[in-house]
Design a protein around this ligand. Sequence first.
Ligand SMILES: N[C@@H](CCC(=O)N[C@@H](CS)C(=O)NCC(=O)O)C(=O)O
Length: 201
Amino acid sequence: MIDLYTFSTPNGRKASIMLEEVNLPYATHKIDITKGEQSTPEYIAINPNGKIPAIVDRETGITVFESGAILIYLAEKAGKFLPMESSKRFRVLEWLMFQMGGVGPMLGQYNHFNRFAPEKIDYAIARYRTETLRIFGVLDRQLADRDFICDEYSIADIATFPWIASYEFMGLTLDAHPHLKRWVDTVQQRPGVQRGMAVPA
Ligand SMILES: N[C@@H](CCC(=O)N[C@@H](CS)C(=O)NCC(=O)O)C(=O)O
């Protein structure tokens, strides 16, 4: 059994989609980040960075924070969505790192400055919007001649999907990125993705 500490955000949904996709039993613990529950001493003991998601694997006693590390841990535990063969494995890991260092932070900052910042800072909005659209372009080119980011469905797709799927919420369109739009529509059809996106209830 795995304990999943999460909230209804793109980073949290990466972990719940993965758990649903590999069919591992898990218990969801909602950490309401709007109420500061990520900063309690009990939660900091699980994730020293005080953010969701985190998991505790009761079987091994291993605790993992950072959604990318969680995906790698679960892929290795389940033997799915992260190939063993080096050339394929590092292709998946490089796109996973691209998500962790690029897609998540840039889209997150764009959404923050565009939607939530108390003060409208045009420079910040323009900077992160430009970078978000550039990232859409990178993914669109990668998906132009393949169904999934690394040919076969992998943790690179699982990490990237919840962020790109929120494009309408962010007030953006994928009209200029048809391959990325087709990929969103395809991944969205997967039952495990639909179940994972609904966690926590
Ligand atoms: N790099 C981290 C980012 C996690 C993260 O930013 N989580 C957000 C929700 S999506 C959070 O917990 N925010 C609460 C806070 O910043 O206090 C990961 O991928 O796990």
